[in-house]
Design a protein around this ligand. Structure first.
Ligand code: AQP
Length: 332
């Protein structure tokens, strides 16, 4: 089976509906046809300041949410990045073959560092895409399911794989991005022109998967729409309505067109109530399962350790080859 790799940062206390639709839901459907590796990328998370205790808790919660939302640790490998040293080891080697100018062109760094102020941004944030390349290349990944915003990073991983292979001999599989559909990108409910983001300044436009059902429903009913009445998909003219259509389409597994037809001639009230009901119906059982699993942290740690062991086997073998190719001294 072709190998896929993807990850999420434990950078908040819960996943939000954007992470669910843009990542978890896609991953869930790929588990049978692919050899899937899903990582909890805590090394990426520390590229911006994190509270140590909060980070540890968020890491376990994220693992629990993966499982509760349908990632099956028996079929897929799901582990915590920092438990497999190969990620940091390979990142160092790749740092050394990446041009400074090349890394400076990464637009995510430009955006994130502009938000923090150039002096506050860490060097870790700057080399984030190179760590991501290491994550991908370490496991001979063929396909990387990501959002459109990550395309540039996967492109860098491809360039680095090709550069390493041509300098040191065939070592890495050159990965391809698998870009999710445009409708899998979810926007903030209060500012529907901006992506829903874990680190947004306010909470009102974010549906957290661990929000209580009443809070979920309230946030959706209060979502910003527009003064018209038509339920129609048009990101330019109707960003709020389009976002809710994208959400409902993902929840029901139906097309946007059929939803537009269903709500023709009906107002926003009906529509928003149905979106709220659909999200609550999907998330309430996941939330309950999350709370159940959280009660047994030792079991979660056992599951993570088992997966980390498998990942570590693959990673160690790859690191040995990489070190040998580069001319690093053999380890004892
Ligand atoms: N709004 C979104 N719509 C669809 N997919 C999304 N993803 C994130 N936000 C949306 C997908 O979720 C995964 C998580 O990626 P990440 O943890 O690396 O963080 P991110 O992409 O930077 O997401 P956030 O929520 O904005 O986190 P912070 O604020 O911590 O940076 C990826 O697959 C991403 O495509």
């Amino acid at each position: 089976k072709p190998r896929i790799f993807s990850g999420i940062q434990p950078s908040a206390d819960s996943l939000h509906i954007g992470n669910y639709i843009g990542a978890i839901q896609q991953w869930k459907g790929m588990q049978d046809d692919f050899d899937a590796i899903f990582c909890i990328v805590d090394l990426h998370a520390i590229t911006v300041p994190q509270d140590p205790k909060g980070l540890r808790e968020a890491t376990r919660t994220l693992a629990v949410q993966y499982i509760a939302a349908g990632i099956d640790p028996e079929r897929s490998t799901m582990f915590v990045q920092s438990q497999v040293p190969g990620h940091a080891q390979l990142a160092w080697v790749l740092n050394s073959i990446t041009g400074f100018g090349e890394a400076s062109r990464m637009t995510q760094f430009k955006d994130k560092s502009a938000r923090q102020g150039a002096d506050a941004a860490s060097v870790g944030l700057f080399t984030y895409p190179i760590l991501m390349a290491a994550d991908i290349l370490l496991y001979d990944t063929e396909l990387v399911p990501v959002g459109d915003d990550q395309k540039q990073h996967v492109e860098l991983a491809r360039d680095l794989a090709q550069r390493f292979n041509s300098r040191f001999g065939d070592t890495f599989v050159v990965p391809k991005p698998r870009i999710q559909q445009e409708t899998a990108r979810i926007y903030d409910l209060q500012t529907p022109t901006g992506k829903m983001s874990k680190s947004a300044a306010t909470d009102a436009g974010i549906v957290w998967m661990l929000d209580e059902p009443t809070a979920v429903a309230k946030k959706i009913r209060s979502a910003v729409t527009d003064t018209g009445r038509e339920v129609r998909f048009d990101r330019g003219e109707k960003p709020g309505v389009s976002n809710l259509l994208a959400i409902l389409s993902a929840m029901r597994g139906t097309t946007i067109e059929s939803l537009e037809a269903e709500y023709e001639g009906r107002g926003y009230g009906d529509f928003k109530r149905d979106v709220a009901d659909a999200v609550v119906a999907e998330f309430a059982p996941i939330r309950e399962r999350t709370i159940e699993l959280q009660a047994d942290p030792a079991e979660v740690d056992r599951i993570l350790a088992r997966s980390a062991e498998r990942a570590n086997e693959l990673a160690t073998a790859k690191i040995a080859t990489v070190h040998e190719r580069v001319g690093l001294y053999p380890s004892l």
